[in-house]
Design a protein around this ligand. Sequence first.
Ligand code: GLA
Length: 388
Amino acid sequence: MKETVLKGFEKVFHTTDGVKCYFAPGRVNLIGEHTDYNGGHVFPCALTIGTYAAVKERDDMKVRFYSMNFENAGVIEADLKKDIEPSNEWKWAAYPLGIVWTFEKRGKKLPHGFDMVIAGNIPNGSGLSSSASLEVLTGYMLNDIYGFDFTNEDLALIGQYSENNFNGMNCGIMDQFASAMGKKDNAIFLDTATLNFEYAPIKLDGAKIVVTNSLVKHSLVTSAYNDRRKESTEALEALKKVIDIKTLGDLNEEEFEAHKDAIRDEIARKRGKHAVYENRRTIKAVEALKNNDLKTFGELMNASHVSLRDDYETSCPECDVLAETAWTVPGVIGSRITGGGFGGCTVSIVKDEAIDNFKETLTKVYSEKVGKTPEFYVVEIGDGPYKL
Ligand code: GLA
């Protein structure tokens, strides 16, 4: 991929002199979905796929961006002398520009511009965080080129701030944190209320993580996501009137059941239930993993899917077909929709000897019921961002 992005740079900007290359990973979340803006826990890992950049500094104040994944968008140019503001005109370049904008807000003004070509091997719209990887990539690159001293954890927060305020997506911290803090062969058990975290080695003896792409891209993801956020805040506000809590992550299942009637609105009650139970499932899943109890881990993954399907309503019929079919395949330890939802991918843990049958069965059932052939990626857990 380094070769690819360098060639792309040469083609578009006609040189490779002084060009530096960087990488930042995408992520898959094993369990703990829609808990990160509810003060709960998440358990994602960085992948070995992600986004690559080739970058060269400029003498003037221009910044120019080109994506090999969106070649039709051409070269997108901005002028650092003028105020950069959020706008549709930036197209995909709103992600790296948002990071430049956030760096400036945090007192790091760029002394001069740069040209940047990117190429990613995360399937677009698959829910594997191509946008977070691009944000972390840009932050990491700016830090290196201009000698700023943000930590990787800062870069995660900068990415989230930018996505919330420049791109209008009210996301939590999970994706950027997973990309910036990734560690090979480890998942990250992160408490989003405090940002305390620990690495948990993923030793799946005789099994693999298989990501299945439904190939469904929902255009309403941002607005539906922001709605879920509002609905779970409504649940929290109602509960706060009867119990002293700061976030839904402060509650266990029993406490929720004892106080849930305070949430009058039925939809908000379902959203609140998911946030509380999913957080507890995540804590239990990490515990199970530590005890080498993969069976329990898988059951919790399945329960997570059911809750996302029925209570949080961020699944979609296509991903339901994928997860529900996976549950019937012998050798599947667990399977659930992963990421923001409304399309994208499922994540499954599948025994090595069952992978072929898993792919065949899902392909057959999905083609019959949905009329499409899903894509499969047997993924590996990789490191956070680095210079190539
Ligand atoms: C998206 C968001 C994350 C998180 C997940 C759902 O990926 O960017 O912050 O909320 O959805 O778990």
